[in-house]
Design a protein around this ligand. Structure first.
Ligand code: ATP
Ligand code: MG
Length: 609
């Protein structure tokens, strides 16, 4: 039952609140009512609430946020990649949502709500059905419904809305956003709510008449994102990002450094360059020169086809080898050369080659191009388009495949033995590389918590979302899109703010601000003080949970540390005999003693810090 009544807060104003006044009956718990009938205060009591803390977590819960959210009774997995948010978890999710919404509104974005069911035609119009691959969830056709997908993102839908209602430059700029559920059939949903098949995203889309307008809209969203992470207490770092399947010109990812993340950030030691490893550019490797160019020599390497096998057999280092990788693009072979210890970055390669997509060649195609089985390709005498990584251009006396099954050649020198007509940065940065400014790279695992893109006209051209410009000419609108993972922020904060014992919530998104742990719950003096402090704090705007369980202190303290409420007050018989209660911050080891009368002001100071 819910009832609305009015209470006076500490400042004398009156606020109306809906509060629960009764809990499930029949359980043993401390007396609930202290006042006379008619003015029954309601309290957030642990025994009335729903916090199924547990010690049991499945073995596949390895990242801290996953384990801690399960243990703290915040989430429950319903099926792979889909979670229920239990009350404590949902409170946090709502707090993150509220911060995101406030900052979006403050930045001038306008909220709307779009459906999760999308007609596949819109995705065909933008040409993204293939690009989304298996992540796009198609609903089976029915006699009454054909071609429906579950929205993994909403560029197509917002563009459909924009083209229906925006017709003139005078209506621009406009930024629309929603906070809504997304569906992506992630191949391996994992790490709790960090990567799920159903998740909450705030996605915003800006429409401008020109590039200058887009720059302005983008900066506004960028600044709003920074404020969101700051307010949520999540340490973050904007990094240069790859635009990937989204298209568009420039994009920034917001990363939280965390071992639970699946991305790698390349940052320069001097702290001036930050990029996603996918995107990171590097300083060219210097030419170390060599004393003597050896003669080319063919070596029999039967059954040795990988870099490791050949370097092992010949006693050379992987970086002394040229790796030759055959791709197929635009129905032709495209050959990439990288140093043996380097890895081709296919996004960079496709860009350098000017092709929309590329695929690794099949063994048959490799045989056709090189005349050899897989593992024996090399640039010498190869008739195909070859793009060499910059690092290959400064190699000397290298080992590479002989384009003959079971043979390699050594003493290969670019320029002498084969010509490099196209050279570019087509690889991932690696240990030992330097950022473009020459400062050495440091690589860190990180978690993508948000992403802003300058999309340009990718969708407005393909979906014909045009407006009339100042001269009456029909032009495609210029778009930006901006996404934030609400659940991922929540779990990301836990990744960054926890210890052995549990979560350490920042005040801003904590499920409650204050936890009152009443020991000796059968003592009326203890419960009386606990109730009084609860009510006083609540009247002063604090969110307070009162642990009224009749359980051992150690047990209650463990749960307190686990659920991580920022401020804990402990009220016990012994302390009260000395006229004190104990105050402890979740992140401090020390306990401070205050008289019950003084503790409220102290807590307010901490929470409002
Ligand atoms: P990822 O590279 O992690 O798969 P993405 O680049 O595909 O993410 P975007 O399309 O940029 O994600 O989505 C915007 C934000 O939504 C991401 O920055 C992330 O915070 C969140 N997000 C994306 N996928 C998931 C997911 N499967 N589960 C939870 N949050 C997600
Ligand atoms: Mg992204």
């Amino acid at each position: 039952m819910r009832r609305t009544y009015r209470i006076a807060d500490g400042a004398g104003s009156v606020k109306s609140q809906a509060r629960r006044i009764d809990g499930p009956g029949g359980r043993k718990r401390a007396p609930l009512h202290s006042g006379s009938a008619g003015s029954i205060p309601s309290r957030m009591l642990w025994t009335d609430y729903f916090i199924p803390t547990t010690k049991e977590v499945p073995a596949d819960a390895v990242v801290p946020s996953h384990r801690l959210m399960l243990r703290a009774g915040m989430i429950r997995q319903i099926t792979a990649g889909a979670y229920a948010y239990l009350p404590l978890g949902y409170r946090v999710l709502q707090k993150v949502t509220a911060i995101v919404r406030e900052e979006m509104n403050r930045a001038g974005a306008v909220e709307l709500h779009m459906p999760a069911l999308h007609p596949v035609e819109l995705w065909q119009e933008s040409g993204r059905v293939e690009a989304m691959g298996d992540t796009l969830i198609h609903l089976p056709d029915q006699p009454w419904r054909k071609g429906t997908v579950l929205g993994p993102t909403h560029e197509e839908i917002i563009t459909e809305i924009a083209r229906a209602y925006l017709h003139s430059y005078k209506q621009l700029p406009v930024t629309l956003y929603q906070i809504q559920t997304k569906f992506r059939d992630e191949e391996r949903p994992k790490s709790g709510v960090l990567r799920t098949r159903e998740f909450l995203m705030k996605d915003a889309y800006s429409f401008d008449i020109d590039e200058a307008g887009l720059d302005e809209s983008y900066s506004r969203m960028y600044a709003a994102y920074c404020r969101i992470y700051e307010r949520c207490g999540l340490p973050y770092r904007p990094v240069e990002a790859e635009s990937g399947a989204m298209g568009g010109s420039s994009s920034t990812e917001f990363m939280a450094v965390s071992d639970a993340g699946e991305d790698i950030m390349a940052r320069s030691e001097d702290g001036t360059y930050f990029a996603n490893l996918e995107r990171a550019e590097m300083a060219p490797l210097p030419d170390e020169g060599c004393d003597r160019q050896e003669a080319v020599e063919e070596i029999h390497t039967p059954g040795h086809s990988t870099i490791e096998q050949v370097s092992g057999l010949l006693g050379c280092r992987p970086q002394d080898m040229i790796k030759t990788i055959i791709y197929w693009a635009d129905e032709k072979a495209l050959v990439a050369l990288v140093r043996g210890d380097h890895t081709v970055n296919e996004i960079k390669l496709a860009k350098a080659a000017g092709v929309a997509s590329l695929e690794p060649a099949t063994p048959e195609q490799i045989l056709e191009v090189t005349g050899a089985e897989v593992g024996f390709a090399g640039p010498v005498g190869l008739k195909a388009r070859i793009i060499a990584d910059q690092a290959v251009t400064v190699m000397h006396n290298a080992v590479t495949g002989a384009n003959q099954t079971d043979y390699h050649i050594k003493g290969v020198n670019p320029g002498r033995d084969f010509q490099i007509t196209e050279s570019a940065d087509i690889r991932y940065a690696a240990e030992g590389d330097r950022a473009p400014n020459g400062s050495p790279f440091v690589f860190e695992k990180c978690l993508e918590v948000g992403h802003v893109f300058k999309l340009g006209t990718k969708y407005t051209v393909s979906m014909k979302a045009h407006v009339l410009d100042e001269n009456g000419k029909s032009v495609p609108m210029i778009m930006g899109c901006y996404g934030i993972g609400v659940n991922r922020i929540m779990a990301g904060v836990i990744e960054c703010c926890h210890d052995e014992a549990g979560i350490c919530w920042p005040v801003s998104i904590a499920p409650f601000h204050v936890l009152i742990v009443a020991l000796d719950t059968r003592e009326e003096q203890v419960m009386g003080t606990a109730r009084r402090l609860h009510d006083e704090l609540e009247a002063r705007g604090m969110e307070v949970l009162l642990d009224d369980r009749d359980a051992r202190p150690g047990f209650k303290f463990k749960d307190a540390d686990l659920i991580g409420i920022p401020v804990r007050i402990t009220i016990g018989k012994r302390g009260l005999a000395d006229g004190v209660v104990e105050l402890k911050r979740r992140t401090d080891d020390e306990v401070a003693r205050f008289s019950p009368d003084d503790v409220v002001e102290r807590i307010l100071a901490i929470v409002n810090e």
